[in-house]
Design a protein around this ligand. Structure first.
Ligand SMILES: [Zn+2]
Length: 240
């Protein structure tokens, strides 16, 4: 795939121009070929450029069709592959099958994979039996939504590096997997560090593992995210 259509365009245009100049310089020495020069200048040359234009348009169209949506989202936000590599982030493909795990106060559905939803149901019921109420703030999120979140923060003037300490780059959010949950409980603001000091967090620390949920981003995590006591991810392996 041509990574730089502008460079391809320049090379093709330079080659066409060189061919024309070589022909024209040779032909001017021969009076009989004057009509051919006129023909080249008025018809063949513009037609050749038209073909180049069509060809480059086709390449751009094909690249647009085949471009990876995650790659497109990252480049539209100015997130380079080097920034991803420096953080050793792992790509999280979007879940294929989702079910409604809970409905939020605003009526929006929180989606999870069927396995994660079943584990969440069992875990939240067990917590409630112990007098602990757990609520979902956020569950599945697609690449497009993650892109909007980062774009909105950029629009508010936040530096990209700061944004990426609290928001995953599109394609790399565990929420794409349909297995990650942001949880809250009564008495604290959602997604606030104070969640760590709640009975709900203490209960999760002792019991979430039994249901297959693991705290993804403890303090000083290797991915470089800020500590997220509210973010838990289901893993079928952790359950077993
Ligand atoms: Zn989260």
């Amino acid at each position: 795939m041509i990574k730089h259509p502008a460079l391809g365009s320049f090379l093709v245009a330079a080659a066409v121009t060189a061919c024309f100049l070589v022909y024209a310089l040779g032909a001017t020495r021969n009076v009989d070929e004057k009509p051919f020069i006129v023909f080249f200048t008025l018809v063949a040359f513009p037609f050749g450029w038209f073909l180049v234009w069509i060809f480059l348009g086709a390449i751009a169209w094909w690249q647009g069709l085949t471009r990876d949506p995650v790659e497109a989202a990252l480049s539209s936000l100015g997130i380079s592959p080097e920034m991803i590599a420096a953080r050793s982030l792992v790509m999280c493909p979007e879940a294929r099958e989702l079910v409604v795990a809970a409905t939020g106060d605003d009526g929006s559905d929180h989606l999870l994979t069927p396995e994660a939803a079943a584990a969440w149901e069992a875990m939240s019921a067990a917590a409630l039996a112990d007098g602990v109420s757990l609520r979902i703030v956020s569950a599945f999120r697609d690449v497009e939504r993650q892109t909007e979140i980062v774009r909105a923060k950029l629009a508010r003037g936040l530096p990209l590096q700061d944004i990426l300490c609290v928001s995953a780059p599109p394609g790399y959010s565990e929420h794409h997997s349909g297995e990650a949950l942001d949880l809250t409980t009564g008495g604290v603001a959602p997604l606030a560090p104070e969640f760590e000091n709640t009975a709900a967090f203490r209960w999760l620390s002792h019991n979430a593992g039994k249901f297959g949920f693991v705290l993804s981003y403890p303090a000083n995590n290797p991915q470089g995210y800020a500590y997220e006591p509210w973010h838990w991810r289901f893993s079928a392996q952790a359950e077993a």
